[in-house]
Design a protein around this ligand. Structure first.
Ligand SMILES: C[S@@+](CC[C@H](N)C(=O)[O-])C[C@H]1O[C@@H](n2cnc3c(N)ncnc32)[C@H](O)[C@@H]1O
Length: 232
């Protein structure tokens, strides 16, 4: 029997540009974080990774990383952990971190479901960003969508009390699925009761969103917070 888990991505053998490959070789040792299921990101490990204590934001699926960079420049007082599986994007983000002289971004090249489940400890995160996750539009592929009941529970548990989750998508039925799943999670409360929020100014425009806008797609933002008194 086949016991492979259902994943939210298909690993493309995307080709690295020479610059992305060079950035990976040069900067991974400095800013890359290897995944190890048995070595969680404890407070002391995080402090040594970033060289300081600061609010921690996880971004799932950063793509080419332009949004990550814009946010890290906006908030030098926050630490960012950017996670994606796509190698050339990882090389591209490392290159942009260096070009912008950023010291507050670390990068993981691994399935975020495993990272959040096994490496991030409960009540560790101040924020979680999920911008334009793959929509998997065909009904038979909906099981691959990242935002599902079980994973949302994990995400909610990883947030500190009062921590936030900001999601955006340009796929209406996925937006509605996100809203339903997040509303059903008892640890979370919706900043816009019952509904989506206006696009927060803090969310940078990514290449993916710009493409959607050119194609006339709508965009839906969701903002939920972990209840202050919630148990685990
Ligand atoms: C549609 S792109 C959006 C990228 C970016 N957020 C943007 O707005 O341009 C989705 C990204 O999520 C990544 N991804 C999908 N599932 C993932 C997972 N389980 N763990 C980490 N990254 C994932 C893909 O590799 C891809 O780069």
């Amino acid at each position: 029997m086949d016991h492979r888990p259902i994943r939210s991505f298909v690993l493309r053998q995307g080709r690295f540009s020479p610059a992305q490959q060079r950035a990976l070789d040069l900067f991974w040792p400095q800013w890359g974080v290897e995944y190890a299921a048995d070595s969680p990101l404890s407070a002391s490990r995080l402090e040594s990774l970033y060289g300081r204590q600061a609010p921690l934001i996880v971004e799932i699926g950063f793509g080419m990383g332009e949004g990550t960079i814009a946010l890290a420049l906006q908030r030098p007082d926050w630490n960012f952990l950017a996670i994606d599986v796509h190698g050339p994007g990882v090389g591209g983000l490392l290159k942009k971190i260096a070009e912008n002289g950023l010291t507050n971004v670390r990068v993981m090249r691994h399935d975020a479901v495993e990272v959040l489940t096994h490496s991030v400890l409960p009540e560790t995160l101040d924020g979680i960003h999920v911008f334009f996750p793959d929509p998997w539009p065909k009904a038979r592929h909906h099981k691959r969508r990242l935002i599902q009941e079980g994973f949302v529970r994990v995400l909610a548990q990883r947030l500190k009390s009062g921590g936030y989750m900001h999601l955006a998508t340009d796929w209406q039925d996925y937006a509605e699925q996100m809203l339903a799943v997040l509303r059903a999670e008892p640890l979370l409360c919706n900043r816009a009761p019952e509904n989506f929020v206006e696009r927060p100014e803090t969310r940078p425009l990514t290449r993916f969103e710009a493409r959607g806008m050119r194609l006339g797609h709508g965009v839906w933002d969701l903002w939920f917070e972990r209840r202050i008194s919630g148990g685990k």
